[in-house]
Design a protein around this ligand. Structure first.
Ligand SMILES: [Zn+2]
Length: 494
């Protein structure tokens, strides 16, 4: 072992490294390289060359440390780097042997704690690729800082290169890094994977048909349709899956729609109008998350039935039955669903008999021959198209408002878009109201009405009732039993 101190290592008065203050103790530190060119040494070679260097310079290696963090700049903890600092702080080493300084630090802020430690103790870097850097001299510290600045600049350049490459891809409308569910990458182009494309289209159609995401997810699970991650389908993941702009051929870059894909390179699974309506539906703040994703609404007529006293809509709520005396061992109060006016607080009715009565009246009406005639006249296909067009315009108006809020368009542009959109929507709505309600499939009218009704979920039932009937619950005195005469129905389309 050499006892000659290397040039530039000053003699400190206080020294904890054994009896001979010229004895050098060191640590080998290596970090796995993220260099895609392969020019940087792998961790094995780093360690090997560091060992050779340490031996040739007479350094006793007390530990060999490796970090797995590929970048050294990601902000993740590097346990071995922390260990190096600890060994220096404990005066157990005075030398850090590294392949290149960028293995140990790539940002000035990582170097500074090392320089601070060198204030009060001997400390130097031995590097395979360059030379010795003595942190106890001002010139050594300068070299260390210059190398940190150079590494930091290199990191920034790399980020810039990656960004500009993805910016270029975005502006050319070429596919993103990964094609995502519904697509496969074939020769650099995204092609629709038909089974997955069909799942997306079916989910979109059913969501727009007022079915809950939860019910659709449950159905997909029952049919054993494979999900993207292999886990069971869930409402939330299904929503994320079908609201991706790329499905409509829209290119998103850094969180914003920046244009459209080249159709040859990335075809759309959903047409633009379907996508716009889905977005409007999901973003509609009046549509509570619980009613769309989680539990379906419990009450058939909440928000639909009206208070016969003050004219407000009635809410659904659970009420305690009075009088009530707890039975032995009974913990929770027995409750029943009721409709109640939250405005005047004077009208309240148990839910079950109201629902039963209203449903029966509706079904009797739907079963009537003349109702069937009434509801099936006109052109259902034209009605469907008009309704879709209205929804699409509404969605476009909402998007324009978002663009204005985000500062992407100015007030004049918003005003022009809004005026044009409203005029278009008015025309379409006139066409629509001249026709018949489209909430009823033809099979739901006539002799099959009851069977069809049994198959509808609560969203669809509420939609049909609110389209065809105005239900009013009239006030009643306390303690009276249910009186059908105090439920009034006005037909909206008869
Ligand atoms: Zn009221």
């Amino acid at each position: 072992m050499s006892t000659t101190p290397p040039a530039g290592v000053p003699h400190h008065g206080r020294h904890a490294l054994g009896t001979d203050d010229r004895l050098m103790h060191g640590v080998i530190y290596a970090r796995i390289s993220d260099d895609p060119t392969g020019k940087a040494a792998g961790v094995e070679r780093q360690t090997e060359e560091c060992r050779t260097l340490a031996e040739s310079r007479g350094v006793t290696v007390v530990e060999e440390l490796i970090d797995n963090d590929l970048s050294a700049t990601s902000g993740k903890r590097r346990p071995s780097f922390e260990r190096v600092l600890e060994l220096i702080r404990s005066d157990l080493i005075d030398t850090v042997v590294i392949w290149h300084t960028d293995r140990l630090y790539r940002l000035p802020r990582d170097l500074e704690p090392l320089i601070e430690l060198a204030d009060t103790r001997p400390l130097r870097f031995l590097t395979v690729t360059a030379s010795e850097i003595d942190l106890n001299t001002s010139s050594g510290r300068m070299v260390a800082r210059i190398l940190a600045a150079a590494s930091a600049a290199e990191v920034e350049h790399k980020v810039e290169r990656q960004r500009s490459a993805s910016d270029q891809r975005a502006s050319r409308g070429t596919p993103t890094a990964r094609p995502g569910y519904g697509y496969r990458r074939v020769d650099g182009r995204d092609v629709i994977h038909e089974p997955e494309g069909a799942v997306i289209r079916e989910a979109a159609r059913r969501v727009l048909d007022a079915e809950s995401l939860r019910a659709i997810a449950a159905d997909f699970n029952a049919r054993a349709i494979p999900s993207p991650a292999g886990a069971p389908w869930q409402g939330v993941t299904l929503r994320q899956l079908i609201r991706r702009p790329s499905l409509a051929g829209l290119r998103v870059h850094r969180g914003h729609v920046v244009g459209e894909f080249d159709f040859e390179l990335h075809p759309a699974i959903l047409d633009r109008s379907t996508y716009d309506r889905l977005t409007a539906l999901f973003d509609d703040p009046t549509r509570s998350a619980s009613s769309r994703v989680g539990h379906p609404p419990k009450h058939l007529l909440s928000g639909i039935a009206w208070c016969g006293r003050c004219g407000a809509t009635l809410g659904g709520r659970m009420v305690r039955l009075a009088p009530w005396t707890p039975k032995p061992g009974q913990k929770s109060k027995p409750v029943k669903a009721a409709y109640a006016c939250g405005t005047c607080h004077k009208v309240r009715r148990l839910q079950a008999p109201v629902d039963e009565l209203v449903t029966e009246w509706l079904l009797q009406r739907l079963e009537r021959d003349d109702t069937a005639d009434l509801l099936t006249t006109g052109d259902p296909e034209a009605v469907r198209q008009a309704r879709e067009a209205v929804d699409a315009v509404t969605a476009r108006l909402a998007s324009a408002a978002d663009l204005f809020a985000a500062g992407s368009i100015d007030g004049n542009q918003l005003a022009r878009i809004t005026a044009a959109g409203r005029a278009e929507r008015e025309k379409l709505e006139t066409r629509l109201t001249a026709a018949l309600p489209t909430v009823l499939p033809s099979g739901a009218v006539g002799s099959g009405a009851r069977a069809a009704w049994a198959d509808f979920d609560i969203h669809r039932r509420r939609l049909i009732i609110s389209t065809l009937m105005r239900v009013t619950i009239l006030p009643t005195g306390p303690g009276r039993s249910f009186d059908p005469d105090l439920i009034r129905v006005d037909w909206l389309t008869a």
